[in-house]
Ligand binder design. Structure first.
Ligand SMILES: Cc1cc2nc3c(=O)[nH]c(=O)nc-3n(C[C@H](O)[C@H](O)[C@H](O)COP(=O)(O)O)c2cc1C
Length: 371
């Protein structure tokens, strides 16, 4: 019913308007709904689905379900009080950077309707770590709802040298750790839209970055958000560095930079810059999840993201080795009831496969292939 309403009534209106405007308005409405007990209760009754089969403890953190909001939707921590009630199992705030950045010139969000994708060119727009800490400190922590801060380097010329960038990441993370905020930290090395590109996606530079960040003492898990467009061997070289520094996991993966991908069915105008989220990330991310689980499933936690539009999509990533999943674009195309649909659908799909709990399904396709 809610999905029907969204797709037949709201989406046609939203999709005629500027995507960034719609996004900003959704954040205002979402933050408002999270402010009051009554609206939170209504949200929860309409959108939330809980089932013991979906509950897990991963790297010491308890999750009520595996479906999380990916980094980039709630850059400035406006929805922390809302998303649990919309049905999510966890969320990422950010990407957050040491200094604020107003974002790249517009347009920085563009719909690829036929491909069910979004071209994203925000360039790490956010209000900066100090303001975010101030905001989050005022909120009451919901113990059932893990939050991860996605940490990136400020999009500026000063932080575009290798050393300058490392210092920027370091100070940002240091502030979050000192404030004791968040349940786990994610180091985003794969924003395709920032000044100076993605310097830490080579093994030597990633080594330098993680070496410095490892000086920050924290008991909380640390993950790395991976790029999508690396060949498997280069991707594997980065995983080895991540394991060397004993990071707990990886998030696979960020936006698709390949505009020639077969999954892109729309013409993209010349003035539209940026990486692509949504369906055009699905199969590449699955390939990387599978290889990571196959090689390092017992060492690294994998969070799968990219092109999830249904319970079946989420289940595919889980069976390839993802312990948790995240999404943004699917929710924009399908509406907020998608989260409940995913969680309910996962239970149905697991039962059909004879599983009693999600942990039995994680990596099942890879294990079965190897037998
Ligand atoms: C509007 C938007 C903004 C994004 N901003 C960030 C970001 O700040 N940091 C990050 O790590 N990923 C960012 N991403 C990438 C997403 O977290 C995700 O990896 C990617 O979109 C694939 O997931 P999806 O197909 O469910 O959208 C952004 C994606 C979108 C759509």
């Amino acid at each position: 019913m809610i999905k029907f309403l969204y797709k037949k009534a709201l989406k046609p209106i939203f999709f005629r308007k500027d995507p960034e405007d719609v996004h900003d308005r959704m954040l205002i409405v979402g933050a408002f709904l999270g402010r009051f007990k009554l609206t939170r209760t209504i949200l929860r009754l309409v959108f939330r689905y809980d089932n013991k089969m979906l509950e897990q403890e991963i790297d010491g953190i308890k999750y009520t379900n595996p479906a999380g909001l990916s980094a980039g939707f709630d850059k400035d921590a406006n929805l922390i009080d809302t998303l649990y009630h919309v049905g999510f199992g966890f969320m990422q705030v950010g990407s957050v950077t040491l200094n604020p950045y107003e974002g790249n010139p517009k347009p920085r969000l563009y719909r690829l309707k036929k491909s069910e994708g979004l071209v994203v060119y925000y360039g790490l727009k956010n209000i900066g770590v100090d303001k975010i800490i101030e905001k989050v400190k005022k909120l009451k922590k919901n113990n059932n709802f893990p939050i991860s801060f996605s940490i990136a380097k400020t999009n500026s010329t000063e932080s575009s040298t290798v050393e300058g960038g490392i210092e920027d990441y370091y100070q940002c993370m240091e502030k979050l750790v000192s404030a004791d905020l968040g349940d786990f930290y994610t180091i985003n090395i794969s924003c395709p839209n920032a000044y100076g590109g993605e310097p830490y996606t080579t093994p030597d530079r990633l080594d330098k970055l993680l070496s410095k960040l490892s000086e920050i003492k924290t008991d909380k898990p640390r993950y790395v958000k991976m790029p999508l467009n690396l060949p498997l061997t280069d991707f594997n070289d980065l995983l080895k560095i991540i394991i060397k520094f004993k990071f707990e996991g990886v998030i696979i993966a960020n936006l698709n930079k390949d505009r020639n991908s077969n999954e892109i069915k729309d013409e993209i105008p010349e003035n539209i810059q940026g990486g692509i989220g949504g369906r055009p990330t699905f199969s590449l991310s699955n390939e990387l999840i599978k290889q990571t689980y196959k090689l390092y499933g017992s060492t690294l936690t994998v969070i799968g993201v990219g092109g999830i539009f249904s319970a079946e999509d989420a289940y595919t990533k889980i069976k390839l080795g993802a312990s948790l999943v995240q999404l943004i674009t699917g929710m924009i195309y399908e509406g907020p009831s998608l989260i409940k649909e995913i969680n309910k659908g996962l239970v149905r799909l697991m039962k059909a496969d004879g599983f009693d709990h999600i942990t039995e399904a994680i990596g099942y396709s890879v294990i079965k292939d190897d037998e």
